[in-house]
Design a protein around this ligand. Structure first.
Ligand SMILES: [Zn+2]
Length: 747
């Protein structure tokens, strides 16, 4: 069995069993299958009938491999011991305890217990029998076993995936019309390294292309990548991805500023901000081996595009190109025989012997020459789309939209969609927009100053005109496709899930994945948040924090390292140093009924990094929920039970500092899975408004359900309420494969 493919399928709520692994057709369940079922259920998984029949006929070795993968995903081999034993009962530690201990250690009073970390805990301060480590510096010493006993009330049912399923999923990912999220990227990489690139599959977007080329290069198949490059910026994008891990070209200064901000420690004496800035600068230094230089030289030389056109495309990233050309010693290659195209291109590039399109645009725009500006813009539909709003404010909406509608056919649907989503906030004088620059945290951007020149009604008109434009475009594109079906079923849940265009998830979901915006109805009345980090790392100061924010009508309460107990929430204690290799954990229990009695509205789940640098790659965060009481070990405080884990994510990106990973809606009794990163270190930076703005964004009109309604209307399909009788059926399971959902965006 291929473990990587197993993981890919489990994320899609299935187990992939290759037909060659199914050895017989035995109908009676054998003992080892029953044992696998029992063990999987402790981990929170159940098997569909079809899958069970297949599992019954695979080898014992395969069964063990499947169990091992399930164990790995649920993290049962990690250390889950928190700082405090029985942390549901407050230890009664006070700020005074910390102060007395601080003085005791400075003046070496020696009246107390000396711990392994060297700290003296003065008598009469912390109740040491309640801790698994040092309450003063947060270093754990004792580790408990995980006593998982399957208290979960809702098993995740896995289906069977055949060779066909996995092949289709592979093509879906390649054809995705929006950028893949981190989970999809991991899955695609696994598939690419196992299988050859399928023939006749048009790769949906540039970002996916980069991943594909990367895997080809790693496997010494870089020549196969040549046909995939359309212009020099594709190559630049690839080089940039190799260098920084970012799929889009983020200017170096954004990355540097970001690294500096993350390293700004909460206590200034410890700040290493400057050092991090230098470090990051060094990281961006380019260095290439002979073979790498040659590979890129060949790629550029073999481009089909005319050298003048290439140079024009290279111009907006001129600064970066100059650095890359030098680092890759391309001039040297240009002089060699066989590299004539490259030579010509470099010549034109250095002499700036090409038209600069943007310069001409700016020239005509400043002269308010609408005709010439639009004539140029229409040559580049994509760029026209991106500057549509500012041109509407500059030249007026009617003339701009008239010209735009002439070329809208050439604009990718996802771009028109994005426009329609952003129009809502762009044309609003008062609200600043919540945007997430690539590689950055969510930011509030002030409104365009030209908005002040317009009346409210005019701006409202602009918004609805853009929306109409988008809806008409979608309808026309749907109508063009012949559909012989008569009826359609659309699950109600799909009306809550936005089309994933702008906000793609940076975290990896190893448990069956969910779409941003998915609502999980509560099972029980206690929600337990968990955070596990540091597995595989050496013992060191590595302070990660789990916290939550309770929003009341007119005030906010925080449960975090500094306030372990607040009304309705209890924290398991602040761990600041990780032990060697096994990692460590923090928990928060949220008592939903108590919070409701107190009048709380929302609880947002957050995690932060308090150490220099960014969230570590080995961090898993999530929540548990069960109808049955979830236990906490009396001896050790271990409180993780994989069968109760409702949702968990693994953080792989290093840029994000703090993360909101869920919002509990107390009145509706459900948890919304969302993901919003935030800068700064203190959870207070996260205003109630920001969270509510995000929830509103999830309720966008352009949700999957509404788009399917457009399709139904344009293709004359009758919407019916039962999935069984429908010719076309769209449910939440279908939507789990986001790449398939993006196929609704017809170009
Ligand atoms: Zn200590």
């Amino acid at each position: 069995m291929n473990n990587d493919l197993l993981k890919v399928s489990i994320r899609q709520k299935a187990i992939y069993i290759s037909s060659k692994d199914i050895l017989g057709n035995n109908k009676i369940l054998n003992e080892t299958t029953s044992a696998l079922v029992a063990n999987a259920s402790k981990l929170g998984f159940a098997f569909s009938e079809e899958l069970l029949a297949a599992l019954n006929n695979v080898s014992l070795k395969s069964k063990l491999e499947i169990l091992e993968v399930l164990k790995e995903i649920t993290g049962v081999n990690k250390n889950w011991t928190p700082l405090v034993k029985e942390w549901n009962i407050p230890t009664g530690e006070t700020v005074l305890d910390h102060i007395i201990t601080l003085f005791g250690n400075i003046f070496q009073t020696n009246k107390g217990v000396t711990l392994n970390c060297g700290h003296i805990i003065p008598d009469g301060t912390f109740p040491l029998e309640r801790y698994n480590g040092c309450p003063f510096c947060g270093t754990p010493f004792k580790f408990g076993e995980l006593e998982y006993n399957g208290k979960g009330s809702k098993l995740k049912v896995l289906e069977l995936w055949s060779n066909n399923n996995i092949a289709n999923f592979y093509t879906d990912l390649l054809r995705s019309k929006t950028a893949l999220d981190a989970t999809q990227v991991e899955s695609l990489k696994a598939l690419l390294s196992t299988y050859p690139l399928p023939k006749n599959v048009e790769i949906g977007i540039k970002e996916t292309l980069m991943l594909v080329i990367d895997v080809l290069v790693e496997n010494d198949r870089s020549n196969e990548g040549q046909v995939l490059f359309k212009n020099p910026n594709d190559i630049l994008r690839y080089l940039w991805y190799r260098h920084t891990g970012f799929l889009q070209i983020i200017e170096p200064k954004t990355i540097m500023n970001r690294a500096a901000k993350n390293a700004a420690h909460i206590f200034t004496p410890a700040s290493q901000s400057g050092i991090a800035k230098l470090q990051s600068k060094a990281d961006l230094k380019l260095k290439y081996s002979r073979s790498e230089c040659k590979r890129v030289a060949i790629w550029l030389n073999e481009l089909e595009l005319a050298p003048e056109k290439s140079c024009e495309i290279m111009h907006p990233k001129r600064g970066m190109w100059v650095r890359f050309i030098r680092a890759l010693r391309l001039a040297e290659y240009g002089k060699r025989k066989g590299y004539e195209n490259l030579n010509k291109m470099l010549d034109i590039f250095y002499n700036e012997d090409y038209d600069v399109w943007q310069g001409q645009i700016n020239h005509f725009r400043l002269k308010s020459d609408a005709d010439s500006t639009f004539k140029l813009l229409k040559q580049r539909p994509g760029l026209f789309a991106r500057s549509l709003f500012s041109n509407m404010l500059w030249f007026g909406e009617d003339v701009t939209l008239k010209h735009f509608s002439e070329i809208i056919d050439k604009v990718p649907a996802r771009l028109v969609f994005t426009l329609s989503m952003y129009a809502q906030s762009y044309f609003d004088k008062n609200t600043s927009r919540n945007v997430k620059p690539l590689g950055g945290t969510n930011k509030r951007v002030p409104a365009n100053k030209f908005l002040q020149l317009y009346e409210e009604d005019q701006l409202k008109g602009m918004k609805s005109k853009i929306e109409d434009l988008c809806i008409n475009m979608m309808k026309q594109r749907f109508a063009k496709i012949e559909n012989k079906n008569k009826t359609i079923y659309i699950d109600e849940g799909l009306f809550n899930i936005p089309m994933s265009i702008g906000d793609r998830s940076d975290t990896v979901q190893d448990l069956p994945s969910a779409l941003l915006g998915t609502r999980f109805p509560l099972e029980g009345s206690t929600i337990r948040l968990f955070l596990q980090w540091g597995e595989g790392l050496d013992a060191q100061h590595l302070d990660m924090d789990l916290s939550c924010k309770v929003a009341y009508e007119d005030n906010v309460d925080y449960c975090s390292y500094s306030q372990l107990v607040i009304s309705g929430c209890k924290h398991s204690g602040d761990i600041q140093h990780i032990p060697n290799k096994v990692g460590t954990a923090e928990y928060i229990d949220i008592n939903v009924e108590k919070l409701e009695l107190c009048g709380a509205k929302y609880v947002s789940f957050t995690c932060n990094a308090y150490t220099h640098g960014s969230l570590t790659p080995n961090l898993v965060v999530g929540w548990m929920d069960s109808k049955y009481p979830m236990s906490i070990s009396k001896k050790t405080g271990v409180a993780y039970d994989p069968s109760c884990a409702q949702h968990q994510v693994r953080i792989t990106q290093t840029l994000n500092k703090g993360l909101v990973f869920g919002v509990l809606d107390i009145e509706k009794r459900d948890i919304v899975w969302l993901e919003m990163s935030f800068g700064g270190q203190i959870v207070q930076n996260l205003s109630v408004k920001t969270v509510e703005a995000l929830l509103i964004k999830l309720n966008s009109k352009l949700n999957i359900g509404n788009i399917l309604m457009l399709k139904a209307e344009a293709q004359g399909l009758e919407v019916i309420s039962e999935t069984d009788n429908a010719d076309e059926s769209y449910d939440l399971n279908w939507a789990m494969n986001t790449a398939v959902v993006t196929q609704l965006l017809i170009d």
